[in-house]
Design a protein around this ligand. Sequence first.
Ligand code: SF4
Length: 492
Amino acid sequence: MQEGKKNNMANIQYSGVRESRPGRVNDLGTTGKEAAENYKKGCLKRADRSFAQGLQCQQINSMAALMSLEDSVFISHSPQGCVGCAIMAVDMYRVGQIHRGIRNVKNPRLLVTNIDQKSVVFGGETKLRQTVKLAVERYHPKMAFIYASCASGIIGDDIDAIAADLQAEYPDTIMIPIHCEGFKSKICASGFDAAFISINKYILKKQQVEKQKGLINLFAPTTVSYADQKEMERMLKLIGAEVNYIPFYSSLEKIKRIPAAEASTSICKVFADEFMKTLWEDYQIPYSHTVMPIGIRNTDKWYRGIAKVLGKETEVETIIAEEHKRIEPLVAELKKRLEGKRVFICGGTGRSFAAAALIDDFGMELVGLETPTYDENAQTDIEYLNDIHKNYVVDIANMQPFEQVNLLHKLKPDAFIGVPEWAARLGIPTTHVLDGKRPTMGYDGLLFLGNKIADQLENPGFNKKLAKHTRLPYKDTWYQEDAFKYIEKGGK
Ligand code: SF4
């Protein structure tokens, strides 16, 4: 846990590129034991893949983080294809509105400049100016977010200068350029950082405001369900906090309240963690950065972390004891259904480690873990997991399904927790942990998630039928190969 201590990184302006922090590795195939030992010795080196199937781009994370903000337009200065995967964030936003009781469900106002061959040769600035003007005149937004892309970065279109020009022309709309060119980083969470850097630069502007007693910034990404939001707010209210839930389903007014907070915390481990450091440096807001509150151990740890920053250590212990009394008999019932099952987990850095700790509550055994990044925080989690799970594979991969199916073929887990597309087609019972639509977090989320895993194990029919009728695109020989054969340098 970190609580806003000044360190030697303070006052060095963070670039927004996650690789710029020391000790971050994003291509690695190893075991939990080896990863922990090699990290300790300083032997984990950055590697690369000589073959890769895909890479999640940081631009989409910059967009997804902000897409549910009220009174906003989102302009992607890119070819059309770049906004293709915005569909997931749009879906989350639409479902989120329904869960919040909104009847007239809206789409985000997302426009794309459609950089094409001509723009690459002659420049795309005119297209960008026209698109921003169109967006502002049509929607009269309070905020216009302008997203860079690989193409706009390569041709050198100056989105900052264009935003500054248009700001003078449209003073009622805050122009916010975001530097999220996909090629800048292989770690997609850099996209969150790029969005927050721009929020600080163009909206908050280091202005000091009066602090509000008990106000907490609770940072949440798009993938957090409304049920999880309510659970987190319930828990924080019990320790006397008023929650400023941002930036998901928030507004310019809520963003402007950020500097007034007494403390900050985040639901996800790789969301706003860098921004919370900036808030400490620029606005003296202490923060708690611990784990994602999934499972008993992680929920307790997350809760204690923010309670400590607020000076509520005694109160939180009483609440935790009561919550344990309430849920432990129910967890014991779930354990009867789940104990001894072998599990493979795949998810983002926050969720995958949290899910690995969660399965311990149910007496399940970890056989494989796939996640995009390894760093100091991952090391803390792996050391904890190594005490519980003795022998499991670690695949540090940003979207490499060919490695995942190879590992699943060899490890033959009873259950798969995570992004399920590929495992489901192998007939393995799957549970989606990146579930922005149902509860997963806090004490109540843990029970829901446990029941969901148990139900899948007891009703695997759908995935079994799916496996019978689908064919994966790999030759049998691939399953005999080393899953990590394309990882070069850095150690395997
Ligand atoms: S910004 Fe770059 S990496 Fe991202 S989708 Fe566009 S071309 Fe691909």
